[in-house]
Design a binder for this molecule. Structure first.
Ligand SMILES: Nc1ncnc2c1ncn2[C@@H]1O[C@H](COP(=O)(O)OP(=O)(O)OP(=O)(O)O)[C@@H](O)[C@H]1O
Length: 236
């Protein structure tokens, strides 16, 4: 494994069996990602993006192949070690925020950090997502964009090495979406977190350091973007 390789995915396959029907969601994906990259996984609906993200996040196991993260073989971890991996090493951001409705913004972030090894100070993180004045608000009292900021704060405060974001702007209007991408870009730079964003929106690929394109469970392109544009400069 190259010294700079942070993630190495090798010949990753995933089949879902439903009765007699077998769906080949991933058909042998291989790629490497360096530490600190902002990666966009781009592909149409059904191309296998979420399947790939779930495997890297340790939420599911592959039918074949391996995922190395910082020299750790994620696909060979015991259930117990996989739980620690999900807790300490990966932060998740979902399209629909997945906040606890009965907890305030701050409590949502606290809950996530309570169980992990090396959390960041919550107030610092709330400040960097520009939500210090909203920490006592419940999700129902916040806009979609604000809720997504809380979700990002929750993922970042755990201080993981990797942030996995599944269509993080999918439920937001254009301007709010851009502000969320800008925040993810800040998190990538300020906290030096490797960020992977999956999307079907090709506009978002323009801000990435690396773009991995998928179609029908296959990686059809993987390239370095020499001139990433700032989120404010992209459109769709
Ligand atoms: N749990 C599952 N059981 C059976 N089939 C599944 C399951 N999850 C995904 N699939 C199938 O695997 C294929 C890839 O799905 P996946 O959700 O990874 O694609 P995607 O690119 O993330 O799509 P979208 O952008 O619509 O979320 C699809 O054909 C899907 O129907």
């Amino acid at each position: 494994m190259d010294k700079k390789s942070f993630i190495r995915v090798n010949n990753l396959k995933k089949e879902y069996k439903m009765g007699d029907v077998v769906v080949e969601a991933l058909k042998g994906a291989s790629f490497e990602i360096e530490e600190g990259e902002f990666v966009v996984i781009l592909g149409p609906s059904g191309s296998g993006k979420s399947t790939l993200l779930n495997l890297i996040g340790g939420m599911d196991s592959p039918s074949e192949g391996s995922i190395m993260l910082s020299h750790k073989n994620v696909t060979k971890l015991s259930e117990k070690k996989l739980t620690s991996y999900r807790r300490d090493e990966v932060g998740f951001v979902f399209q629909f925020y997945n906040l606890m409705a009965n907890l305030t913004a701050k409590e949502n972030v606290e809950l996530a950090t309570e169980i992990c090894k090396n959390p960041l100070p919550i107030n610092d993180v709330m400040k960097s997502v520009n939500l210090l004045d909203r920490i006592d608000h419940f999700p129902s009292q916040m806009s979609g964009g604000e809720q997504q900021r809380v979700a990002i704060a929750r993922a970042v405060a755990k201080n993981p090495k990797l942030l996995l974001c599944d269509e993080p702007t999918g439920a937001l209007d254009f301007n709010t979406g851009i502000s969320i991408l800008s925040l993810l870009s800040d998190v990538n730079k300020k906290y030096n977190k490797t960020v992977m964003v999956i999307t079907h929106n090709s506009g978002i690929a323009k801000m990435a350091n690396r773009v991995i394109k998928m179609r029908s469970g296959i990686i059809i392109d993987n390239y370095i973007n020499d001139k990433p544009v700032s989120p404010e400069g992209i459109e769709w």
